[in-house]
Design a protein around this ligand. Structure first.
Ligand SMILES: [Zn+2]
Length: 198
């Protein structure tokens, strides 16, 4: 039997979040029928990105270089680290343009029920980084979910040498930063509350 490339492309597109069979069909037909040049660029860029993008050796953001553009920017404050759950959170905060420190991307959040502990999301690496760079301020921007809060509390309890604050203002309960608008994120960082005062 001949292989049906059209069907294979449609199936391949359905792996994208929010893309069902109908949307996949529409995308596949658009790419093949209406915009072949765009389709080639998409295919080449995707292959290139998949092969070359990995984690920044310092903050673990996704990048095609050894360190990401934020870590590489000497004008940014090394002594302030904003801790987030996902690379998408870095993009959300960067889009506000107001934050001038650096990041640490956990790639998840603590979830004992699913067996996800501190080492699994790199909290040990974060603590080492704080110590080695004598970081002065940690801004916890984990989501306002039960696991996000538990992650923030765990980090707060293990950081002894830096000021720790938690963003809160205006971020809805259960909120993921990705879905919050820029102004609200900027205000949430601005209005962060120090959490490790004894
Ligand atoms: Zn980085």
């Amino acid at each position: 039997m001949n292989k049906d490339l059209l069907l294979e492309l449609i199936n391949a597109l359905t792996i994208l979040p929010g893309v069902g069979k109908k949307s996949a069909q529409r995308m596949a037909l658009y790419l093949l029928d209406k915009n072949k040049d765009g389709a080639r660029i998409l295919a080449n860029t995707l292959a290139d990105a998949v092969d070359n993008i990995q984690r920044c050796s310092s903050c673990r953001m996704l990048t095609s270089n050894e360190v990401c553009s934020v870590c590489d920017d000497n004008s940014r404050d090394d002594l302030s680290i904003c801790v987030v759950e996902n690379p998408s959170d870095v993009l959300a905060i960067e889009s506000t343009g107001g934050y001038r420190g650096k990041y640490f991307v956990l790639m998840g959040r603590l979830s004992p029920i699913d067996g996800i502990g501190p080492e699994d999301i790199g909290i040990d690496d974060l603590l080492k980084l704080i110590e080695s760079k004598s970081v002065k301020e940690i801004i916890l921007a984990t989501s306002s979910t039960v696991e996000g809060d538990a992650t923030a509390i765990y980090i707060k309890d293990h950081v002894k040498t830096a000021k720790v604050s938690r963003i809160s203002y205006g971020i809805p309960i259960g909120g993921e930063l990705e879905y919050v608008d820029g102004t609200t994120i900027a205000r949430a960082i601005e209005g962060r509350i120090e959490v490790n005062v004894d």
